[in-house]
Design a protein around this ligand. Sequence first.
Ligand code: NAD
Length: 288
Amino acid sequence: MPARLLDGRAMAADLRTELTHVAAARAAELGHPAGLAIVRVGADPASAVYTRRLSRTAEEVGVAAQTVALPITCTEARLRETLGQLNANPTVQGILMQLPLPPRLSQRAVAESIDPRKDVDGISLGSSGSLFLRLPTFVPSTCAAVLELLDRGGIALAGRHVVIVGASNVVGKPLAFMLLRRDATVTVCHIATRNLAAWTRQAEVLIVAAGRSALVTGEMVRPGATVIDVGINVGEHGEIVGDVEQSSVTPVAGVLSPVPGGVGPLTSLMLLKQCVNGPQLLEGESPA
Ligand code: NAD
């Protein structure tokens, strides 16, 4: 039997409706819609498209998005100052720093400058530390999207062996700690891992976030496993493809999240969910 597909688009439609209600309740509490500041440096066209889409989705669910566009010549001091002003602005509930930064600007400046109480993409030192310590915190939205997809898809995690391919600061590593919080047994593979297939074949849940098209093929998957494809790559004919070869994996896996239409549609919504749920998330005992 071919794998059951996890329909991220349908889940996103439900989540969007749910979020609209939560955002309205939060706006009533605040006296204004929750505010999201999207900060970007330079004029990268892909980043501009992403910002426009995110702003549109924000407005649709009832979050007031503003874009703070800094010139490519922006100094680290100016970036820190801008983030400091947003930290102090009471109409801003969430700050998203678009990555990657130009090489002149350090990740440290951003990680140190965003107030963890507004760090809705979970990249600050405070958020990373809290995640490590199992304290309530914001988390990177892609990781939150993966867990949302698994939860809505009815995939159990406690006690199960999850293998993650990819160990980046924004996907693989934080996801490993989020899965530990859910009592999974976690293995993290990366570019220097020897014999990748020997690890992926052990996975009851396999999560691939490496940014390499067709990295995972059918013979690398344990029969019946759940396979989550986080990758976004451009295929031979300009189409969007993931890191998992769907044609060979579908007959082997039990459950598969496709690209496009899996994790992707949930990512921006999870960022907005964290933006409107902020206080509840940060004060709660068991965050996402
Ligand atoms: P990254 O380049 O920062 O990290 C890639 C990780 O994969 C590294 O840890 C690297 O060691 C590992 N890796 C690379 N090639 C490998 C190989 N051949 N074998 C084993 N490990 C390998 O990338 P990232 O920012 O973590 O993103 C990963 C992928 O997820 C990209 O395709 C990106 O576009 C996608 N992504 C998707 C979303 C979404 O919303 N769906 C969000 C963020 C990133």
